[in-house]
Design a binder for this molecule. Structure first.
Ligand code: FES
Length: 85
């Protein structure tokens, strides 16, 4: 049995991902460094995985979101390396 997949756009590229999976999981599988620190431009990625640290902040449909708390939905447009903590 396989999970339903949907198409989302990540940094301009269309990808097929499991519906409802936490966005942070999907992004981390491709690149653990999902954003750059606004202070020193160091790569940052998921840390706590439960909404406390804000290290997984990305832009989803033009709004900053904690990707570990954001379930994948069809058609979402994601930009990594843009969300500041
Ligand atoms: S990984 Fe800590 S808030 Fe998302």
């Amino acid at each position: 049995m396989s999970a339903e997949t949907v198409l989302i756009r990540v940094n301009g590229r269309e990808v097929s991902v499991p519906l409802g999976q936490p966005l942070a999981q999907v992004l981390s599988a491709a690149d653990p460094a999902m954003r750059l620190s606004p202070r020193d431009r160091a790569p940052r990625g998921m840390f706590c995985g439960m909404g406390l640290c804000f290290e997984c902040m990305v832009e989803v449909d033009g709004l900053r979101r904690r990707s570990c708390l954001t379930p994948v939905s069809a058609g979402m447009v994601v930009r990594t390396r843009e969300g500041a903590a």
